[in-house]
Design a protein around this ligand. Sequence first.
Ligand code: ZN
Ligand code: ZN
Length: 308
Amino acid sequence: MATPIITDGSLDRVRKTPRVVLPVRADLFAERAARFERVAAGNVMSGYLQLMAIVARAQQSVLSRRSAESVGEAALTASRDYGMPPLSAQSHPRTPEWRADLADIVGDVRTRVADSVSIALAAFDTLDETAREALADRVLTGTSLDEEAALVPFVGAALQTYFTRIAATIDVALVDQCDVPGICPVCASRPVASILRMGGDQANLRYLVCSLCATEWNMSRIQCTSCDTDKGVKYLVAHAEGKSETDAATRAETCDECKSYLKIFYQEKDPTLDPTADDLATLALDLLVDEQGYARSGPNLLFHPGSS
Ligand SMILES: [Zn+2]
Ligand SMILES: [Zn+2]
């Protein structure tokens, strides 16, 4: 049978669903700052959320202050040939630029916050380069120490800025083939949460959102983001939200196979929500789910227990 020749442009209307979405929005951190300000009102964590709004504004300012370094050829080759994330956070040789980002963010925040926060940030003055690098390694591996709690969100913010800047320059075709469902195809970090997107090419699809570089990648709904199973996946909502389960903008997706959970946000319930900001605004849900015996599977780099 002859191949039909399509002349009415209908092929152009076939919906393209991106598997990976890189962090190319120029105002990513400014939008997050605005969201932090919005969710701070009336929240029990209000002071902390307002502080993180200031941090996100500093991240936005610092993001364009430096140009992105290029990813090494060996990493690009491994990505092309073996589907490895090209910017693997734990093995990528960080340049001193991330420490310049950290110094700028901390310096910026110190001019805008109360004395008590500024005094806590003075602890950075006592850390030499080696100590700052060691702290970054612990933030990236999730092994931060409790006595460092106050510094963790700032190191996390600097690392987010540094890795997001580079991730935005990567060829999306290169990372499209990286296929370990629960880790970021760009930097191999765990997701902060997932979001059911509305509108555009991503409409009604679930995307995991990288806790570090802000890349989003598609994953089937009702599937554990940690162990990949589709059995025993359930949803919990916080009663404090005062809404029925179907009306809640935030749910915890729990898995009975691996006893882990990650939050999922429903953008149609609130178009302006930001997974990183909304995650910190819904810590009551974490407490509820922890009580039921589930362990959270991905970090929020702007928070460490004891940092609020
Ligand atoms: Zn990432
Ligand atoms: Zn699981």
